[in-house]
Design a binder for this molecule. Structure first.
Ligand SMILES: Cc1ncc(COP(=O)(O)O)c(C=O)c1O
Length: 375
């Protein structure tokens, strides 16, 4: 059987990973400043993480959500403590799109409405309502057009107010720093007013923290820089360091009812063991502090590079904008200098999404290579 060919591939076959490095089948080592699309949080194959998963699978890998799973409770407690969101409640699922799908569904249950407000350039995933709230016609099929979604400019508070006052909106969903769209952010005033407007108009405010959350900005969540209290927070990517696990944090004002959400695999024993190990390592190794330090170092070094028009993002979710498209630059960084970086729908933006354990010496290697490529 052949694979359904939906991914354009780089001609590289990684077979091993260690911290910020991956090694391919030819023995070449690559510096991973992409983290497999912002997924690797504590570093590839961290010994505590591999031990926790190995030990758990020897005991019990899976049982359904019809039994008591103390690992889910431990995960919820540790997540609440590290994120400072311990008053929220946790629903576990398997992927980012599924997290947003559940968030939107819950918003619709809660408000009785069905229209969603999302923002231009947003990316929320590829499933039914999540893809409908994604501003990319190419990945929306006719079947997704059944959803009612209105796209507004990120930052346009007047239009948001007008739409919310119509009274038919179940959710406003926003990435506090847009990922795939190219690292755009709105002002504190916009986010804070949007939060208030939602509360005044029976609309849930959903923070999609799938890419910008889980320590990536140096805060646990990107929204925590602002005075906002999302009704639902969606998480995935860094949560499992590569193990497929995701979830939504739900404000206690939303009441759970048996059967309203559910999943077969979500929150299984193995996924919980992976996610608990990630939180333990983040705490023990003070990775959010490391994000602040290495980010400041990166930003300082970026200033001295000629040709960079704009530096975008926060923490270790960074973008360098050039006045040319970066496709060739990325290829040269990979094939000539063995460094993975990311692209975005803004073709002139090079994205940097390393494991949160990245060190200054790795940033040095990147800038040495970048200067050689663009000189
Ligand atoms: C902000 C954001 N939301 C949702 C998703 C979808 O996550 P997944 O690919 O795990 O379904 C992504 C993936 O890139 C994302 O960046």
């Amino acid at each position: 059987m052949k694979l359904f060919d939906v991914y354009p591939l780089y001609d590289i076959t990684p077979v091993k990973g260690e911290d910020v490095f991956v090694q391919d089948d030819q023995g070449t080592t690559y510096l991973d400043l992409y983290g497999g699309h912002a997924v690797i949080s504590i570093g590839h194959s961290h010994p505590k993480y591999t031990a926790a998963i190995s030990e758990q699978v020897k005991k019990l890998g899976f049982y359904s959500n019809a039994i008591i799973n103390p690992l889910q409770v431990e995960l919820a407690q540790k997540l609440g403590a590290l994120s400072a969101c311990d008053d929220y409640e946790l629903f576990l699922c398997n992927s980012g799109a599924e997290a947003n799908e559940n968030a939107l569904k819950l918003a619709s249950f809660q408000t009785g409405n069905s229209r969603v407000i999302a923002f231009k350039n947003a990316f929320h995933g590829r499933t039914s309502a999540a893809v409908a709230a994604t501003d990319n016609k190419n990945i929306n099929a006719p079947i997704n057009a059944q959803h009612q979604v209105t796209f507004l400019e990120l930052g346009d508070i007047d239009s948001l107010q007008q739409e919310l006052q119509k009274g038919d909106v179940c959710a406003v969903i926003v990435e506090f720093i847009q990922g795939v769209g190219g690292l755009d952010e709105a002002s504190a005033a916009f986010y804070e007013q949007a939060n208030t407007l939602c509360k005044e108009n029976n609309t849930l405010f959903i923070a999609d923290e799938i890419q910008c959350g889980y320590g990536r900005t140096g805060d646990f969540f990107a929204f925590q820089k602002y005075d906002v209290s999302p009704d639902i927070i969606s998480i995935a990517k860094g949560m499992g360091n590569g193990f497929p696990v995701a979830g939504i944090l739900i404000h206690p004002s939303i009441e759970a009812k048996h059967g309203m959400l559910g999943t077969t695999f979500g929150g299984n024993h193995l996924a919980c063991a992976a996610a608990i190990a990630v939180l333990d390592v983040m705490k023990e190794e003070e990775l959010m502090k490391n994000v602040g330090e290495t980010s400041a170092y990166f930003l300082e070094k970026a200033k001295s590079v000629p040709g960079i028009k704009k530096i975008k993002g926060r923490g270790l979710m960074l973008g360098l904008e050039f006045d040319f498209e970066v496709g060739d630059l990325r290829k040269k960084l990979i094939y000539d200098h063995h460094i993975f970086t990311g692209g975005s729908s803004n073709k002139k933006l090079l994205r940097i999404l390393p494991p949160l354990s990245v060190k200054k010496e790795h940033i040095d290697s990147f800038f040495e290579a970048l200067k050689k490529v663009i000189s």
